[in-house]
Write a protein that binds this ligand. Structure first.
Ligand code: NAD
Length: 360
């Protein structure tokens, strides 16, 4: 059966790494009809819109997309095109596995963590009030009236909504993920001791959901500050992590650091029957068109995509090919070499070619 998948090349290094992932996925032999859709700076230049409706229509129709990283140009009318896509399609679960591969420069061995980040709420909801605007002053006076607390008049305000609905669904997603992928434990991360009505609600709701999985998946809880230290000191004590949007964003970069950096950290944004796969990293504009950056994060996002469409054999073959190339350490980009200026580093295309040759 052929799969139809939307391909959004993205900006900066996006087109290079998404082409690498596409070539690797095609080389597994899985039949895919790619439908290219342009968003981000390239779309703005061509159509005057950062996120043309046709892009969202294409993903809604095909239900799956592979997406390169995108910049959000200042003054483009969006906080972030990436966040806008997640909100428009209600891709509420961001899944970011962090796994060490032999041969990657890292202080840690045998890391195997999965961050499940809530994608629709929190300070990322985009509800913000600019300093000095009449509505901000009005809001400040309303908040002062209800909270009996002072807010400085020259403040900007960002709102942090956390609902029972969104918490229940993300925590249930994390436990179902743990069951599906035979993981042992889910850790719920909040700052519930301080933000009682948002993080406290998240934690209480999460505890209720966790009860449904008693005896099948273990669970524990941690405060986000302590978790940051624990992940650096004892990452092997953890398995699946579930948390709110902002903490998930920060901790998943921390987890990428544990496994050798952003060049190797894949991701997926998943909703009900719809999913967009993308690397954790951004568009690294300074490397645009240089055939320099590491394609691994996008290729491993392709592995997640293949698993999602139930092409497990192809997913395994591609992941094994990536593993082999990394452990050989020969056809790898600068960031996998002992020093960034190592003359033996190869480019994005050459590393991709080497991976393709290893697919069996
Ligand atoms: P970035 O991830 O683009 O780059 C930070 C640094 O990480 C780079 O300078 C580079 O040294 C390294 N790096 C990133 N990807 C790499 C790769 N594949 N191989 C080797 N090294 C790599 O983060 P940034 O500079 O903060 O953001 C640049 C732009 O990307 C911003 O406009 C930001 O908004 C956007 N962004 C987009 C996404 C997304 O599309 N999902 C995610 C994060 C950032």
């Amino acid at each position: 059966m052929s799969h139809r998948i939307t391909l959004i090349p993205g900006d900066g290094i996006g087109p290079e790494v998404s082409l690498a992932a596409r070539r690797c996925i095609d080389a597994t032999g899985v039949k895919i009809e790619w439908e290219e859709a342009i968003a981000g700076q390239a779309a703005l230049d061509k159509t005057g819109k950062l996120l043309p409706d046709s892009v969202l229509d294409s993903i809604r129709k095909n239900k799956i997309a592979l997406k390169g990283p995108m910049v959000t140009p200042i003054g483009g009318g969006f906080r972030s095109v990436n966040v806008a896509i997640r909100h428009a399609l209600d891709l509420y679960a961001c899944v970011r596995p962090s796994k060490t591969y032999v041969g990657v420069k890292s202080n840690y061995k045998d890391i195997d963590l999965v961050m499940i980040r809530e994608n629709s709420e929190d300070l990322y909801a985009g509800i913000e009030f600019e300093e000095g605007k009449p509505e901000t002053k009005d809001l400040i006076s309303q908040i002062e009236k209800y909270s009996k607390k002072k807010i400085r008049p020259d403040s900007g305000i960002s709102i942090k909504p956390i609902s029972k609905f969104a918490t229940e669904r993300i925590v249930r997603f994390a436990f179902e993920y743990a069951l599906a992928f035979k993981r042992k434990k889910v850790t719920i991360i909040t700052k519930a001791n301080i933000m009682k009505f948002t993080d406290g609600l998240f934690l209480n709701t999460a505890r209720e959901v966790a009860k449904e999985y008693e005896g099948r998946v273990a669970f524990d809880e941690a405060l986000v500050d302590n978790m940051s230290m624990q992940l650096v000191q004892k990452p092997h004590n953890y398995d699946v992590l579930v948390t709110e949007n902002l903490y998930g964003d920060i901790l998943s970069d921390l987890c990428a650091g544990l496994i050798g950096g952003l060049g190797i950290a894949p991701g997926a944004n998943i909703g009900n029957g719809i999913a967009v796969f993308e690397a954790v990293h951004g568009s690294a504009p300074k490397y645009t068109g240089m055939n320099k950056v590491n394609p691994t994060a996008m290729i491993l996002s392709g592995v997640l995509l293949l698993k999602y469409i139930k092409e497990e054999k192809a997913a395994l073959a591609l992941e094994n090919a990536v593993k082999e190339i990394i452990s050989e350490g020969k056809f790898v980009t600068y960031d996998f070499k002992p020093s960034p200026n190592d003359p033996s580093a190869v480019g994005t295309i050459e590393m991709t070619d080497a991976i393709i040759k290893k697919i069996r």
